[in-house]
Write a protein that binds this ligand. Sequence first.
Ligand code: NAD
Length: 271
Amino acid sequence: LDKLMRFAVVGAAGRMGRALIRAVAEHDDCEIAGAIEREGSAELGQDAGTLAGLEPLHVHLTDDPLPVFAQCEAVLDFTTPDATVGFTDLAAQARIVHVIGTTGMAQSHFDRLDAAARHAVIIQAGNMSLGVNLLAAMTEKVAAALDADFDIEILEMHHRHKVDAPSGTALMLGEAAAKGRGINLDDHADRVRDGITGARKRGDIGFAVLRGGSVVGEHSTIFSALGERVVLSHIAEDRAIFARGAVKAALWGHGRKPGRYSMRDVLGLND
Ligand code: NAD
């Protein structure tokens, strides 16, 4: 690019939205050209920079995405599944890169993304940090090396405001473990345990979820056999890691051929 890449942030007043505004503003090759919030949001009209704890950027929050997308090369989206599928159609129309961090999506949402990805570059990942994507790659490798004598459990903890469970990252790790083991996660996931559950089923991949306080995100993949345990962990201390990952993904995606890509593609961890 011979000029700055222009970004829109949707869900701009959210926890991740503010971190995204800071990450774009701090990047030498990028600028904020628009900031979107939902209709009725109390922050509409506010300056995006001020909202993110920066100097004013002279970009004001609006609830009208179309004219904003027309002025941008990329949109960063950490909102809700229903909002995200709406934005993906608009981003495809405007032919701009859509970077999606939103979690909790159902198959119907992914189908919408795949439809839009026929015409547009979409980069979607349940976690945008380098460390977690490395953890997923390691989880896949270790799961491939160990047989079902090792029980696989995924443990996650997040702040008290998180609305979906298990986290998108935990599911991503479950997918990586299942892929390494050559099984389908849907057939082997044990997502909820309560009461007299019976003994653990050999080959299942279990999930455990903790919620509390201000935890940004902690994940472990635990491989347990008789007499030993391998634990791979990642601790996120600051949302900035996800926001910087999202900016990196947009820069990587600019000018690429249409398709749905993952953060492992962006980071070159897929081989
Ligand atoms: P949040 O609730 O603080 O922010 C979401 C924002 O989106 C809110 O400000 C809300 O008003 C806005 N929004 C909702 N619908 C909208 C619409 N139709 N148009 C415009 N704005 C809309 O939540 P958060 O903690 O910032 O997390 C957001 C999402 O990102 C969650 O799904 C979370 O799990 C995910 N997340 C992903 C990663 C990752 O690396 N992939 C990291 C952190 C969080």
